[in-house]
Write a protein that binds this ligand. Structure first.
Ligand SMILES: Cc1ncc(COP(=O)(O)O)c(C=O)c1O
Length: 423
């Protein structure tokens, strides 16, 4: 059978991350970026739907039962809770965006699919950091979109390297069309871009005519340090496209995200060339028709019910993650093996260990099977070999006790199998 894309091993990573806990149910997972518990209570889903139905009935001058029938149907591709999401963005993510500039999607993953499908033509290249979140690089690969990697370090991104990557594209007769960035608590290695880096990248992309895909699922999980404005808020010329999600805050089970873009002067919005959000909406209609209106009603009703208390609820969850990060950090210090180092991020879900030896897929499998802990090789997120010595650990999901036991087990595995051989 011939596939439309090269069947690269890299494309199995997403399934590996989703399935490994089921393969080793007794192992402690420090692998996936699952939230510990979303704010959404599934038991109350019916109540949230009613709250939303009343809101929408008032807004559209329909009866509540007419709204309930409408929710149960195919619906508007752009979404039906855009006004509520606009308010949420302002209050919680400190991002200003009018409802007409919001497209509701089936999670950030669908937003990525919409962006790549809408923007890329032959000869266009996606710039991505190495290592990068596999959701975007895998998607580019199955769409046969060329990727130019910009090597990153646990300290973050080097603008000069982005410039080099743009020049490389030009020299090959190609065009850098967009750069994918996770500026807040970058999955997989954890640091955030500074304000200066954000401004410099936006200036560079403006000059070069390159879109920025700002994916920000961890923005709400800052434990310390000052908030840094989103690139979307800094940009006033429409170069930044924002990919948000409710997966980490409310629930990954609702599969809901939001794609934001504000048109500006470089993008002449005319009858023949409407706004980018309208184009994205057309493309989405051929990918998923519309985002489940039942799921939207649940999320919309939850946000309306939580109202002003949402910030406090998120702060409570955020504090839980801080305790988890600290627990992991302390346990790592306690188990310290010489020459293993790590960068402790000010937020987000992940810490990466730098080891004096390689940690490969087969090591991860032995570690899960024989030592009862699941950790992810950072090489899963990289095309080069420069991250073969790194291990990504997530502290978002395991209990405090399991985090401690998990680190003890990982240390035992490393000591028994890899560490002594390398020292
Ligand atoms: C950087 C990044 N982007 C996007 C996603 C997926 O978001 P969603 O569940 O909204 O598709 C994740 C999930 O782990 C992620 O880490």
């Amino acid at each position: 059978m011939t596939l439309a894309y090269e069947n690269h091993k890299y494309l199995e990573v997403m399934c590996f991350l989703n399935d490994i806990s089921e393969r080793f149910p007794d192992a402690i997972s420090l692998a996936s970026g699952r939230p510990v518990k979303g704010l959404l209570d599934v038991n109350a889903a019916g109540d949230y739907i009613k709250v939303f139905a009343e809101h929408y009935a008032n807004k559209t001058e329909k009866s509540t039962s007419a709204v309930l029938s409408l929710i149960n149907q195919y619906g508007s591709t752009a979404g039906i809770i855009n006004d509520i999401v606009s308010e949420y963005l302002l209050q919680i993510e400190l991002v200003e965006c009018e409802e007409d500039n919001i497209l509701l999607t089936n999670g950030a993953q669908e937003s990525m699919a919409i962006c790549l499908t809408s923007l890329f033509t032959e000869g266009d290249v996606l710039l991505a950091l190495d290592p990068a979140y596999v959701g975007i690089t895998g998607l580019a690969k199955i769409n046969n979109i060329d990727i130019q990697y910009v090597s990153a370090s646990p300290r973050g991104l080097d603008i000069e390297k982005v410039k080099e990557a743009i020049e490389n594209c030009k020299r090959s007769g190609l065009r850098a069309k967009a750069i994918y960035l996770v500026p807040d608590f970058y999955n997989p290695i954890g640091p955030s871009m500074t304000l200066e880096q954000r401004v410099a990248i936006i200036e560079l992309c403006k000059r070069e005519g390159i879109y920025i895909l700002e994916d920000s699922p961890y923005r709400q999980f800052r434990f310390e340090g000052r908030d840094i404005p989103s690139m979307f808020s800094i940009d006033d010329e429409g170069w930044v496209i924002y990919l948000g999600t409710f997966s980490k805050t409310l629930s990954p089970g609702v599969r809901m995200g939001y794609l934001l873009h504000k048109s500006s002067s470089h993008q002449q919005v005319t009858r023949d060339m409407p706004s980018l959000i309208s184009e994205f909406t057309k493309v989405k209609s051929f990918i998923s028709v519309n985002t489940s209106q039942i799921a939207q009603a649940i999320v919309g009703g939850y946000l309306l019910s939580a109202g002003g208390s949402l910030k406090n609820a998120l702060n409570t969850v955020c504090n839980e993650y801080k305790v988890r990060r600290d627990t992991l950090d302390t346990r790592l210090l306690k188990n310290t093996l010489k020459n293993i180092s790590w960068f402790t991020p000010e937020g987000g879900f992940f810490i990466s260990l730098r080891c004096p030896f390689e940690f490969k897929e087969e090591d991860a499998l032995i570690c899960a099977k024989e030592y009862g802990v699941i950790a992810v090789p950072l090489s899963f997120f990289s095309e080069s070999s420069q991250f073969n010595n790194y291990i990504r650990l997530s502290y978002s999901y395991a209990s405090l006790e399991n985090l401690e036991t998990g680190i003890d087990r990982l240390s035992n595995f490393l000591r028994d199998n890899l560490y002594n051989a390398a020292n």
